[in-house]
Design a protein around this ligand. Sequence first.
Ligand code: HEC
Length: 529
Amino acid sequence: MKRFIILLMSILVAKTATAQTPNYAENIAPIIYNNCTNCHRQGEVGPMAFTNYDEVKSWGRMVKFVTETRYMPPWSPDPKYRHFVGERTLTDSQIKQIADWVDGGMPRGDASKEPKLPTFPTGSQVGTPDLVLNMSDTYKLAGKGKDDYKVFVLPSNLTQDKILRAVEFRPGNNKVVHHVRLAYETKGAARTKDAQTPEMGFDGFGGFNVQVDGSFDTWTPGKNVLQFPENIGHKLPANADILIQVHYAPTSAPATDRSSVNLFFKETTNLRPVKSFGMIHFHLSGGPASFQIPANTVKKFYAKRVTQQDMSVMSIYPHAHLLCKNWEAYATTPAGDTIRLIKINDWNHKWQGDYTLPKMIKIPSGSTVHAYATYDNTTNNPLNPSSPPQLVSLGESTLEEMYVFGFTYLDSQAGDENISLVSNAVVSPNTVLSNTGLPFEHDSRLYPVYPNPMNRDFSVGFYLDKPMKVNLSVYDLSGRLVKTFLDESQSAGDHIVPFHLDDQWTEGTYIFRLLGDNLNMTQKIMITK
Ligand code: HEC
């Protein structure tokens, strides 16, 4: 009997020991191969390979650290707040298993039980493209170990408008292409900028450095290309240039890249265009000029905007630079409900993207969208590009910041919330602020008239790069002047002018025009009852 108890005890002890120290073959390899190896293998962007026991073991303590801190796998949105397509997260128990394995001496276990490496997809995820656009030449990276941000122009040469079913970025060199933003432009501004220097492309850290007409889903390694289901799509105008803003990861050896973009078209007679709802510094509670982050401060910004129609939201894209720490955005409906949109607890500029909802969510007309972002301009922020910290204001460069919160949506229809964006796998081209594009530039400009369509009250914002006399007038569609609202000298900087229209204004579409020194910007406005 005594012997039996001892035997039983030793079995129990042995059992607890195995339960406590996970082994590579059965416990750790499945976690690593399914969550890390996609990027961490030969020729991919991860800086080391995790394809077998020895490789993982040699980085063991680091693997424990980056998983415990949730730095890896890279995924910014808080999954407890909202789930998105292609979510990359480890469960608490997976993180603990890795930690226990490392602390327990990293046993291999029975090697014959190790899973095979998954087969990773090669080639297009969507199929045979209707049009392939290549970078015009090979881009050479100096290999000086620095991040490099470049904008390249890919002319479509399309002779007619097309409807896009999918846009697929294909990295030429997976080892160095870290993330890519895609947009299109029809006025030739990017071509002109590109032609200013003999090298292909031009610098662009925070964006495209030219005003774009619309943008598409951001590409990050391992991201699924989604296809717009049904008659949903994005119109690409004839002759549009596709712009790619490529973030090249630091490399110590010289490297080259020649990436491409696959376009997939579709035919539909009743297109439901993907639209975009945006909030920028113009919508901040303190006004656009409040977007300043003094040295040695942590500052939280808040903006809100009321929706003017029922929207079916498809994807969400916050954008900021290096100082940003976190985001939270939600909508409150007229009925008093709160709709969570996104929460990012640890913003990382390197892993920005836009996040597609598995199914569309409806935001009813008259809801208020709230978006908060915090920026840390102190020495506590390891990503602060300035040492000592400097006053930071709006701009596209590494030393400046942005506040952009946007989402793509459809004009709502019954049943939208049942359309899956997962199975159809495509992505959300985002038309950004369709009227004017995002006003990234530091030139004088007219901000989007808000609200638009409008009832009787609205405001107009504009930014002047120097003091000048400006004229703000409204014309009808035949070009006849209806009313001049403002015709006087204004100081440099941001201005917001509130307007009230009297009852003599009839419903309809008008043209709003801002005239000044080298400044002639128009925008369509719609007056409703
Ligand atoms: C989507 C691609 C991707 C996935 C998935 C991914 N990594 Fe990474 N990993 C990277 C990139 C890129 C870097 C380089 C640092 C950066 O860009 O943030 C990196 C860096 C690292 C580093 C070095 C940390 C440092 O300070 O440079 C470790 C360790 C690491 N990853 C482990 C993991 C583990 C473990 C997993 C899975 C649990 C994982 N990674 C999943 C892309 C990825």
